[in-house]
Design a binder for this molecule. Structure first.
Ligand SMILES: Nc1ncnc2c1ncn2[C@@H]1O[C@H](COP(=O)(O)OP(=O)(O)OP(=O)(O)O)[C@@H](O)[C@H]1O
Ligand SMILES: [Mg+2]
Length: 253
């Protein structure tokens, strides 16, 4: 079985079929992208996979376990982590504290005990801190460790959000528009980072509007339109798919 298998997944909001009988699989070790015009159902699909929304019908299997119906933290513990289209970091906390928060789902002591600084958590806290620093370093934002989130640039916040997601040591990472709001240099850097994360053994499912980034780094692409999967292929074939071209040209008009 593939690392992630989505089978006939459905979600509607009132009369709107946001995700309509979508099926596809993500193989271990690949970078797979989901593209489609605004409102196509990409974020809804991610919310269904990560447990932030429940499906009306269909199944999601992760590592051969059926995960739909489970809570987001339970799914995270199984090794599935995500970032959000609108960065969700805790303001009023430093970058390091935000990443440590991600790491705590892997720890025995838990977040509260760590924050209360209970003596029996000290060795574990130290380990969590060291690991968090490692991930900040990997993402090139280790200099930001002690800076409060509100004082960091958008690009730096993305790096920290990535570090927090990776700190849970996921097998699968869902990235919802990682390049949104970034300039071309930051976008190129994010592309290199995503490739580096994959090389470290993490499988990636990515939603992204920046086509040159998608074409550059993805092994396979799924195209959604009005909730339905209209294509699934190699990047090179997607670029020449007439229905996909029509949808994107229609989108620009
Ligand atoms: N919680 C909700 N309640 C009602 N409608 C919703 C909800 N979430 C999404 N929708 C609708 O479902 C459709 C799909 O939205 P979704 O956010 O999944 O699209 P998307 O492909 O991520 O778009 P974008 O590229 O703009 O991020 C849209 O028509 C949206 O308005
Ligand atoms: Mg979206």
């Amino acid at each position: 079985m593939s690392l992630l298998e989505i089978q006939n997944l459905n979600r509607h909001f009132g009369g709107l079929h946001a995700v309509n009988s979508v099926s596809f699989a993500v193989e271990q070790g690949m970078i797979k992208a989901v593209i489609g015009p605004n409102g196509a159902g990409k974020t809804t699909l991610f919310n269904l996979i990560a447990g932030n929304l429940s499906a009306n019908s269909g199944s999601v299997y992760f590592n051969e376990t059926k995960i739909n119906g489970r809570k987001p933290y339970q799914i995270a513990r199984l090794g599935l982590s995500r970032t959000y289209q609108n960065i969700k970091l805790f303001h009023g906390m430093t970058a390091l504290e935000n990443v440590m928060l991600g790491r705590h789902i892997r720890s025995k002591a838990g977040f509260m005990a760590g924050m209360l600084n209970l003596p029996w958590t000290w060795p574990e806290e130290r380990l969590i801190r060291d690991k968090a620093m490692e991930y900040l370093d990997l993402l090139g934002v280790v200099d930001c460790a002690d800076v409060e989130i509100s004082n960091l640039s958008f690009g730096q916040q993305r790096g920290i959000e990535f570090a927090r997601a990776l700190a849970t040591e996921p097998a699968l990472l869902l990235l919802d528009e990682p390049a949104a709001g970034l300039n071309i240099y930051e976008t190129a850097e994010i592309g290199r980072l995503i490739t580096k994360i994959r090389e470290s053994g993490v499988t990636i499912l990515l939603v992204e509007h920046d086509m040159s980034l998608v074409m550059d780094i993805s092994d396979e692409i799924v195209v959604l339109s009005f909730g339905e999967k209209i294509a699934e292929d190699l990047p090179h074939n997607i670029q020449q798919n007439e229905e996909v071209i029509r949808i994107y040209l229609g989108d620009e008009e």
